[in-house]
Structure formats: structure tokens, C-alpha cells
Design a protein around this ligand. Sequence first.
Ligand SMILES: Cc1cc2nc3c(=O)[nH]c(=O)nc-3n(C[C@H](O)[C@H](O)[C@H](O)COP(=O)(O)OP(=O)(O)OC[C@H]3O[C@@H](n4cnc5c(N)ncnc54)[C@H](O)[C@@H]3O)c2cc1C
Length: 480
Amino acid sequence: MRFSRRGLIAAGLASTTVRTVRAAPDMADVIVIGAGLSGLNAALLIKDQGFKVTVLEGRNRVGGRMNTLRSVEGNPEMGGDSILGGYGRMQDMAQRLKVQLIDFEGRRDLSPDAQKDPTTVELALGGRVIRRTDWPTHPLNVMPDGAKDRFPGRAYFQSVIDKFNPLKSFEDWVDPASAKFDGSAYEFFKSHGWSDAAIDLNYNTNIQYGTSAHDISILMWYFTQAWFKLQSDIQRVAYKAVGGNESIPEAMARSIGDVHLGKSVAGIRQSANAVEVQCEDGSIFKAKRLICSLPVPTMRWLKFDPLLPPMKAKAIRTVPVMKITKVVMVPKKPFWREDGFSPAMWTDTDAGEIRALREGNDPNKVTCLMAWARGFLADRLDMMSEKDAMAHVIAIYEKLRPAAKGQLVPGGFKSWQSDRFSGGDWVVWKPGQISECLPALKEPADRLHFCGEHTAVSNRGMEGAMESGERVALEVMALL
Ligand SMILES: Cc1cc2nc3c(=O)[nH]c(=O)nc-3n(C[C@H](O)[C@H](O)[C@H](O)COP(=O)(O)OP(=O)(O)OC[C@H]3O[C@@H](n4cnc5c(N)ncnc54)[C@H](O)[C@@H]3O)c2cc1C
């Protein structure tokens, strides 16, 4: 299946007749559990076609992994961040619901082009900031031959994956013929002559996907690279919504109307002609069909009666999710002018990567610093209280940058894996898992239908979530 940039929604729904027949008052046509982008998109499409749809959301807010920290200037995003050039569904939805988008591309510190701008992100290894001019001959430099002048990390290793990417189009990752590429990232780097030390520095230090280069599929990376290349080929933008990205799911929920917050689903029971949903507060909802948009880890705790088919249950149990913990720090003054380094750093500490966001009204003002701790770094922060984790990250920053002493105020903390309604970030794939588990995650189980970024062909992000909501809405409406 090929995806055009825009118009797929319109094309899909043009063939669906608007229904006027209504379900009995106590029974919806469709219940959607989860009010993230995927569930809300499915509900909106189904409602627009005249069916009776009820949305049940466990949290006391909508948006799921879209989460804006509105208490800090610039509304930093703790979850879904950038709406890229090819995110046709997201851009269409914002336009339709009159949520204004602003392009922040020019203000992003950690774009794949960061390496071209030496002032953008500093390298901090072994307890100090290393000047770019000192790096090629630095004792800690274990970069592969021919790349001694490159800073380690994603911009470098992604350029290598790009060079050898066998996929012609991003959708090819789900083609069974691509299964032959589904080895580990470690094997890929080794086959290109990298030492273990180079793999460790470039891949494992600030892990993007997986917990190490051993347990992540290189096919996932081929897909990711092809997807991001397509985004910038279409238009090099990084939109965010005015008031924060959470404004988009909030507007979607207002359009749907029948969205119940604080309804944490504990169990789902199917009978011959209905589905019954049991919430933790004892309430029960019934419908002809159910759409489950819950993230993979949260489905592990749901009671399904009857049990899910074995392959689906296995996929839910075994597909990993990325771990990310974020710490937001607000600078009292631009202390970086004193030491001459950029406030953004790529470090080998528990603070991970630290980005300097400029998302307020003044495009030149750094509104906050955001530390991204991923994988085992996230685990380490999660073992502390929120207050201690924020203090720990600030102490690390101050040690690397004495000019920052007393200048950083804790602004926010978010551990996605400690949040019971997400259990982590997006799914990632182990070597060999894609062809077996992706179809199983997506397939319906009688009256139960599934969406969410983990079922999407396009990315594990917002556009993937929207795509999956659209696919499941069409799947369900064809059966009502
Ligand atoms: C740190 C971070 C950065 C990101 N950056 C980007 C980015 O730059 N670009 C991009 O495209 N994407 C990004 N994403 C990914 C994007 O935000 C997600 O892929 C997308 O929002 C997922 O939507 P979803 O509907 O699949 O799941 P969710 O948004 O997780 O929705 C699922 C919903 O189910 C609810 N729920 C869970 N359990 C229950 C239960 N038992 N009962 C009732 N309700 C329940 C949850 O509360 C939630 O509202 C990022 C995500 C994170 C966390």
C-alpha cells in the first residue's frame, strides 16, 4: 500500500455511506478505549459517519503520549514533539479544527544537521566538555576510521545507515521480502568495520532505540531513515501547535463530545453479539464493536475474556517499548555566555542528551533545557524520586558547566515508563520480530479491533497513530 501525502481520509470515506440507524440507547455502536491520537481519530471518523461512539479514557486528560508542559514558557512537549513535512493527517486535522501550527525547524538544536553547525550541541565525555577542534586527536575518540572528526551519536550513525539503506520506499519494511534484512544494528555496524568501542560510544551511550545495538532491528532503522528522508523531501518543517501539541487532541475530543475521562478499563468481555467493557470504578459500557487504542504495555494488564489469540497475546507480551525520562530545567540567565559553550550537550552521563529549547515568543531566547535520558539512563533516574532525579540532573550539568552553578531551576519531570497509562514510549522491534509481531498486533479478535502507533505502517509517532485510527475506523465501519 502506498500513501499519498494528503487526502487519504477523504478517499477512504468517500465510499462509506452515512448511516442514520442508531444503536439502542444503552449500547453504543462502537466503544473506543484510549483518547490518544489514534483512538480520537478513529472515534471522530466513525462519529462523522453517523454512528454512536463512546470514548473511555483512563487519565483525567485526553492526548495520551501528547503532553504539553504548560507551566513553563514556550510550552515544552514532554511527549509528541514535532509535526513534520509529510504528516498530512496531523496537518489536516489541525487545520480542520482551527488549531494553529508554528514552524520551529529553525530553532531545533538537535536536528540531523546539528553536526554541520559546531555551535549547536557540545560533546561532554569523561566529565568535561570537549572542543570540536580537540576531538579528532582526543584520547576518548574511538570513532571509526575516516570519521575521527565527527562527533559521536545519531547524526553520524544515521548517515552510515542511510548510505547502505536497501529500502526503496519506507513502506518496504513491512514487505515479507524485507525480512532478510532484519538482523541487529550491532551486526550492521560490525559488518562495516566498527570496533565494539565505536558501537558503544555512537549507539549505546545515548540510545535512540532499544537498550543496546544487540537488541534492535536494523530493518527498523532502515525504515526510520527512509521515513525521515521522505519528511524532509516533502517539506523541511517541524510544526508545533499554538498552546502546545496537546491542543490538537483536546480539539478532537471536543468535536467528538462523548468522551469519558477517569474511566480506566480493567477488562473486556465478548459475547456473540456485543462487547462489554468493565472499568476499574465498576462502571460497565456495552457496544457492538470495540476499538482498543491502548499502548502495548498497558494491554498486558487487561483481562480479555475470551483470551486473545496466542500470536497476538505473544506480541503484546514481548514487543519492547522505548524508555524515556525527561527533566526540564529553566535557566535564570544565559550563563553559557560566560563559558562560551552552547547550552545544549550530548553527554555520557545520566542526563543523556540536553537540548536547549527556544520555543517562546522571542526565537532567540532559550526558554528551557530539556534532558532526555533513554534506555538504562531512564531506569537510573526512575529509581530516584522526581525531586531527587531533577536535582541529580542539575548537579551533573553544573559539574560539567561551572558557569551554570545556581542558575537552573527544576521545571518538570516525566517518566513515560513509570506512567501506568503508557508504560513507556513507542514500540521498538527486536531483530526478527517485525514480520511475526506487527501483523499480530494489528489483527482483530472477533469484535475487538486494534489501533495505536504500534500497529502503523508509517512511523511510531503522531502520523502513525493517526494512520492507525483511520485504518481501524474503516475496518469497523465495514462491519457495522
Ligand atoms: C518523549 C516522546 C517524544 C515524542 N516525539 C515525537 C515526535 O517528535 N514526533 C512524532 O511524530 N511522535 C512523537 N512521539 C510519539 C507520539 O506522541 C505517539 O506515537 C502518539 O501520541 C501515540 O498515540 P496513540 O494513540 O497510539 O497512543 P496514546 O497517545 O498513548 O493513547 C492511548 C490512550 O490510552 C489511554 N489508556 C491507557 N490505558 C488505559 C486503560 N486501562 N483504560 C483507559 N484508557 C487507557 C492512555 O491514557 C492514552 O490516552 C513522542 C512520544 C514521546 C513519549
